[in-house]
Design a protein around this ligand. Structure first.
Ligand code: 3NM
Ligand code: MG
Length: 529
């Protein structure tokens, strides 16, 4: 049970406060959780007197021993010694690691809470058996935590441990539950060092059925997430070669694209006539026509309850963050969950993300509640998305315009952090999967002067990703090229005199574009530096 043989996959931290435990008995809840498959128990009680701590810990130890699961005591080395349990968990302000080790001996399990690279390396160096890395997400269970570090912060720590060559086990903690667990484990992973498990409190203790909760959490840990198998490593030349056939594939297969979007949204940071996403009323018709022209089968459905049925049709989901009232947000989250669970692709358009406090909050909520295969936005939007989950905003002010290499780096950094594909649209578009970053110079200014092109591009992307989920980067690039080369061809036609005549010509070109046209235009695509 001790040392390197501990299984850290599902690490339960107890809480005896009524808000979380309710009026249940702690021993009963812990035993239920053990039946469900919890692999480590930490008794954490910040209020009881020493006598009571020892008495409860003794009872808990009798139970955990039956399940051959280690019992650790939070903070109190004396209680662990009195009870004779397997070890302790210490925070940065508790007894020091060397002192705890000296008192408990070499075979005790000692874990340390860390939230920075420095703390982590020090604990590894000092011989901690495992690290509790956090706080991942803000949680009502513990509000006096030091830092919310997100999955990006966890990953930074794992990368540092990997680089230093330590074998120390790791779990993360803070706001972990069934709906984010797989994604947190996946997005936190360094190249060769992944988390060994997750530590959590309320997801088990506050659940009316702790056994059921533990057993479904354990299943989620053991099973690789549906999106994981879709990360591939094809090289950039291959990307270019495949593009034309992706466009053909979309035409031939009519992939379903489930679109959630409705309201007109004008980004106040852009010129007033530049509508960045719009599928309301008149425009819905245009958006659906564009989708049909490229070969996709659009479904416009904003009610989240429908998503669990719609995702079974084998298509993908597009969330255009048009509506951010609580009802709209709830619909997005339901759909996101359904598509994530089914392993179907999700394309996210963070419409006007930085423009209002409500939109910034909505963005955070969406990002914290699901995996987004593709994030597509303009410069301001992508910048806002990159700013969320980071301890601090980046050092760029919102009025500065970035040069191409900064934009390329920004999409690369975001895609690397989210382990997905990120698109920044603009005169030059930038696309990255975190490893390979492309710049695309195609397109025409008319695309910016008619409504609905932004959300329709997201639809086009989703159609291609549906058919090439295993190679999302190629799919995204193909969709953008299809869209933008068609716009160029339309704009250059002699019968097109402005945005009005552009629209029908664009529809024609989208539907008639074929492999040969795209191939001859591929010189536009280049690797970004
Ligand atoms: N330690 P829940 S967060 C006990 O960040 C604890 O070190 C944390 O509770 C840290 O799983 C936390 O209910 C509470 O979010 C985690
Ligand atoms: Mg402590």
């Amino acid at each position: 049970m001790a040392g390197p043989n501990v299984d850290y996959s599902l690490y339960l931290v107890t809480d005896s406060t009524p808000a979380i435990l309710g009026n249940k008995s702690l021993c009963h809840v812990v035993e239920e959780a053990l039946k469900g498959g919890v692999t480590v128990v930490q008794y954490r009680d910040k209020t009881s007197d020493t006598g009571e701590l020892i008495s409860t810990a003794t009872q808990l130890h009798e139970i955990t021993r039956q399940y051959k699961v280690p019992l650790l005591i939070n903070d109190r080395v004396d209680v662990a010694l009195a009870v004779g349990c397997e070890g302790v968990h210490i925070g940065q302000d508790d007894m020091s690691l060397p002192t705890a080790r000296r008192l408990l001996g070499p075979s005790a399990i000692i874990g340390v809470t860390v939230s920075t690279v420095d703390e982590a390396l020090r604990a590894c160096e000092g011989g901690a058996d495992y690290l509790g890395i956090g706080t991942v997400y803000a949680t009502p269970t513990k509000t006096n935590t030091k830092d919310i570090i997100g999955t990006a912060g966890v990953r930074k720590i794992l990368e540092a441990i990997e680089k230093a060559g330590y074998q120390t086990s790791t779990v993360c903690i803070g706001g972990i539950n069934a709906s984010n667990l797989q994604r947190v484990m996946f997005q936190s992973s360094a190249t060769r060092k992944a988390l060994d498990g997750v530590a959590l409190v309320s997801a088990i203790i506050a659940d009316p059925d702790p056994q059921g909760a533990a057993s479904s959490l354990l299943q989620l840990i053991k099973r690789p997430p549906a999106f994981k198998s879709f990360i591939s490593e094809s090289d950039s030349a291959a990307v270019l070669n495949i593009v034309p056939s992706v466009i053909q594939q979309v035409h031939a297969n009519k992939p379903i694209s489930h679109n959630m979007t409705n309201l007109v949204w004008r980004d106040p940071q852009l010129p007033t006539l530049h509508v960045v996403a719009d599928a309301g009323q008149v425009v819905q018709n245009f958006a659906a026509n564009v989708a049909l022209a490229i070969g996709a089968s659009p479904i416009m459905a904003n009610y989240g309850e429908e998503a669990s049925d719609l995702c079974n049709l084998g298509g993908s989901l597009v969330i255009n963050m048009g509506t951010v009232d609580p009802k709209g947000l709830e619909n997005y989250l339901k759909a996101l969950k359904a598509y994530n669970r089914a392993g179907r692709p999700v394309v996210f358009d963070p419409v006007g993300a930085g423009a209002t406090q409500v939109r910034r909050e909505a963005l955070k909520t969406i990002m914290a509640n699901g995996y987004l295969d593709v994030i597509k936005g303009n410069e301001a939007e992508i910048r806002t998305v990159l700013g969320t989950n980071l301890p601090q905003q980046r050092g760029v002010d919102s009025t500065s315009t970035l040069d191409d290499s900064q934009k390329a780096e920004m999409v690369r950094e975001l895609a690397d952090r989210e382990k997905n594909v990120v698109v920044m649209t603009g005169k030059t578009d930038f696309v990255s999967d975190g490893t390979r970053t492309f710049a695309i110079d195609n397109g025409h200014e008319y695309l910016g002067s008619v409504t609905g092109t932004g959300c329709t591009l997201a639809t086009a992307i989703s159609a291609a990703v549906t058919l090439r989920h295993e190679d999302r980067l190629t799919a995204v690039i193909a969709a953008i090229l299809h869209f933008e080369i068609a716009a160029e061809l339309a704009a250059s036609r002699s019968d097109v005199r402005g945005p009005g005549t552009f629209v029908p010509a664009f529809l024609d070109e989208l539907s008639s574009i074929r492999q040969s046209t795209v191939q001859s235009d591929l010189s536009w695509l280049r690797m970004a530096k």
